[in-house]
Write a protein that binds this ligand. Structure first.
Ligand code: FE2
Ligand code: FE2
Length: 181
């Protein structure tokens, strides 16, 4: 009874990985696609869960981070003025479908065990941000350096620093939640 049967792995399916392309432009399109997905879909949904679970401060944090993901896309878009709406990446579409499946059960799960759902969402958010700042975006930055595109490399580095900060914010929120009664 009252057991939360949503796992971290299930929530992690909502993460869309940006893919490094053969050239900087295709990498940039995948980056913008993923950042805008996080801004428009993933973090707003996590925020909705937190609000429903009775954690308004965490809900605000998810929205704040969502806003910064939009900013990341905007920084890079400045270099690609004609990008328009990038094609929906395969992994992004898969993540959207996973989120949709979770959404069907999330309200019931949150009612049954609000704290556990939010703990898991925060743990996943930490993993997402860590993967981005440790692995994915450093390789985009290095691709830009190798192509002699120093401006793009600087933007990716700025994003890496920001994603690291997101991970730290989520870690602090998780600690606070875990010590709360
Ligand atoms: Fe981001
Ligand atoms: Fe982030």
């Amino acid at each position: 009874m009252n057991k939360c049967d949503i796992t971290e792995d299930t929530i992690y399916q909502c993460f869309a990985a940006a893919m490094q392309g053969n050239n900087l432009t295709s990498t940039a399109k995948s980056f913008v696609d993923v950042e805008e997905y996080e801004n428009q879909v993933m973090y707003p949904e996590f925020s909705r869960w937190a609000r429903k679970a009775g954690y308004p401060k965490i809900a605000e944090l998810f929205l704040k981070v969502a806003g910064e993901e939009k900013l990341h896309a905007t920084w890079l878009r400045k270099m690609y003025e004609n990008m328009g709406i990038p094609p929906r990446g395969e992994d992004t579409q898969r993540a959207i479908d996973a989120l949709e499946t979770i959404r069907k059960n999330s309200d019931t799960l949150i009612e049954a065990d609000p704290k556990t759902v939010i703990e898991k969402a925060l743990k996943v958010a930490i993993k997402v941000e860590q993967r981005e700042y440790r692995d994915i975006y450093p390789s985009f930055r290095d691709q830009a350096i190798q192509a002699g595109q120093h401006e793009a490399a600087e933007i990716y580095q700025k994003v890496i620093n920001s994603e690291e900060q997101h991970a730290q914010w989520f870690e602090a929120a998780l600690k606070e939640l875990e010590v709360a009664a």
